[in-house]
Design a protein. Structure first.
Length: 199
């Protein structure tokens, strides 16, 4: 577990293309080099921070990445501006106290099916897809507060999972089809189609 001790934490917010999500950026690493999506409270057992964020009645989902957290609000919550101050204060205090962001042991025990990391048993096409996702797609979608994970590849069809602000975003399908699918078809001729898979 990473403890921060008495570090002074600053939190600022960034809008995302998804009006239902807000990106909260910290001046410290929260989950170095990784990201994890908690689409609902039930899935948050491996993160003490996510569990506490779900106690806010307006939080629908939590996405934790290297130095930011993307929160999705419930449809009933009219305006982010009404709730941002409370979230920023909570995150600042939580991180300054050095509390755990995620429990690595609990995450290791979870079966994680989706990953952009190349493994030894990936075939050549899957390796190239994962490398493209890691090198070209990941930096762009992280700027918007989200992530896109590889799920599967079969018969020219790539299945991806949208996380964070990408999940449920009105513009994510445009990004997926015209951006990611177009790039993959150009760079990996075997790819014929890219689709988003629901969790």
């Amino acid at each position: 577990m990473i403890k921060t001790g008495s570090t002074v934490i600053s939190i600022y917010t960034e809008m995302t293309p998804n009006p239902e999500t807000m990106k909260f950026v910290a001046n410290k690493l929260l989950y170095p080099g990784k990201s994890i999506d908690y689409p609902d409270e039930v899935s948050s057992a491996s993160s003490p921070l996510a569990q506490e964020l779900f106690t806010f009645p307006f939080i629908k989902s939590v996405f934790i990445a290297s130095n930011f957290i993307t929160l999705t609000k419930t449809a009933e919550t009219d305006d982010w501006q009404d709730v941002i101050p409370a979230i920023k204060q909570f995150l600042k205090e939580y991180l300054e106290e050095g509390k755990a962001v995620v429990n690595e042991e609990a995450i290791a025990a979870m079966k994680t099916e989706s990953s952009n990391a190349v493994s030894a048993d990936d075939d050549d096409v899957v390796k190239r897809i994962k490398e493209l996702l890691e090198n070209y797609v990941k930096p762009a979608v992280e700027m918007d507060g989200g992530a896109i994970q590889f799920k599967s590849y079969e018969d020219g069809k790539v299945n991806l999972m949208l996380q964070g602000s990408c999940s449920g975003c009105p513009s994510s399908m445009i990004t997926l089809k015209s951006g990611i699918e177009g790039m993959m078809k150009r760079m990996i001729p075997e790819v014929k189609e890219v689709v988003a898979e629901a969790e």
